[in-house]
Design a protein around this ligand. Structure first.
Ligand SMILES: [Mg+2]
Ligand SMILES: [Zn+2]
Length: 359
């Protein structure tokens, strides 16, 4: 009790410098009125912080209409044909990487490096950022989606951040119009030599994006043990977006921990919907067209998800419900306990519904 009072007092002392800080122009986030109220009143009422929520996106074909390297491949289409005999840029990574059993993540980075030696004459981190990234075709409704959904979350008392985890190249994402809205960007990086790209510096393994999700949620390194209330984002407050096979494991990871999983497909493309159902069916809560415009299905679904997070009263570790449904529980008492919970908990029922497909 005594420690609690000292803590509250210390919090009040901190309000004044915070107000000074907030009154300066330190960027749009600190100027939001809700933040002002939150700093001023909420500690005084002894209530907790705004709840942290994260949207974590794949990039290629989730936030874009094409692979991020396509502007480069279009620019050098003639040279690609001369050197590799490839006439359609869609076939570039297919023929040179995956078609030869080379993992597409590290393979794509290495292939670009190889072709930088002769045919891709002006590729550097800088040119990727300033010349090629702005040419990437973004999905409809971007980047306006980010501030709009953040504002909606704020109305629900949620502090929403947007993060991108991509097996692609950091400078190609940094140079797009979405970059200013991201709290973090996790993607591959190149080291530059004397004048152009020299070596691969870091990669994000396309099949292990969940490692990056763990880092985002912990706000620390993967292997550090942390009590759940010290996580920056609880997994049940995470919404993940992806389009393909390489997103499967991250969908499973977040979904089984009670988060929301959203798969996207190309709007109006039946074949792509069938592909998405094959790749992602049962692993996502929703399959929606890749369109982030106002009043789109994705907006409706995410708003619903945010409202569910804001109102959630269930504190059960959702993995127990997942285990129950997968028939992974052997102990009869547990089976009865969690079955009873599921019968009475709207949150858990909602989270265990089969994939809903939006046209
Ligand atoms: Mg993708
Ligand atoms: Zn529940």
């Amino acid at each position: 009790m005594h420690r609690e009072l000292v803590f509250r007092f210390a919090q009040h002392l901190l309000i004044f410098p915070r107000l000074l800080f907030l009154s300066g122009s330190f960027g749009p986030r600190t100027l939001r009125p809700a933040w002002y109220l939150h700093y001023f009143y909420i500690p005084a009422l002894g209530r907790n912080d705004f709840m942290n929520v994260a949207c974590i996106y794949d990039f290629d074909l989730t936030l874009t209409e094409e692979y991020q390297q396509f502007p480069i491949l279009r620019q050098f289409a003639r040279e690609i044909e001369q050197k590799h005999g490839i006439t359609k840029i869609d076939d570039y990574f297919g023929k040179l990487c995956s078609g030869q059993g080379i993992d597409i993540g590290v393979g794509a980075m290495q292939q670009i490096l190889i072709d930088c030696r002769d045919i891709f004459t002006d590729i550097s981190n800088e040119s990727m950022r300033t010349v090629y990234a702005p040419q990437i075709r973004l999905a409809p409704g971007l980047p306006d989606w980010f501030p709009r959904i953040t504002a909606y979350a704020e109305q629900q008392g949620l502090d929403l951040e947007h993060h991108v985890v991509s097996a692609g190249f950091t400078p190609l994402i940094q140079g797009t119009m979405i970059a200013p809205y991201l709290a973090s960007l996790r993607s591959g990086t190149f080291l530059e030599g004397a004048r152009d790209l020299d070596r691969i510096k870091t990669i994000v393994d396309p099949n292990n994006k969940r490692e990056e999700i763990i880092k985002i949620c912990k706000g620390k390194d993967v292997h550090e043990d942390l009590p759940i209330d010290q996580y920056k984002f609880m997994y049940e407050n995470v919404i993940v977006f992806g389009d393909g096979k390489s997103d499967k494991r991250k969908f499973n990871f977040v979904r089984e921990r009670g988060g929301l999983a959203i798969g996207v497909y190309e709007k109006g493309n039946e074949a792509d919907l069938a592909r998405a159902q094959r790749d992602l069916g049962r692993r996502v809560h929703h399959l929606v067209p890749r369109d982030y415009s106002a009043n789109s299905a994705i907006e409706w679904v995410v708003q619903g998800g945010l409202e569910a997070i804001a109102k959630r009263t269930c504190t059960l570790d959702y993995r127990m419900i997942q285990a129950l449904q997968l028939q992974h529980l052997r102990n009869q008492e547990q089976i009865e306990l969690y079955s009873r919970h599921l019968q009475n908990c709207g949150d858990c029922q909602e989270r265990s519904r089969p994939t809903q497909i939006w046209g």
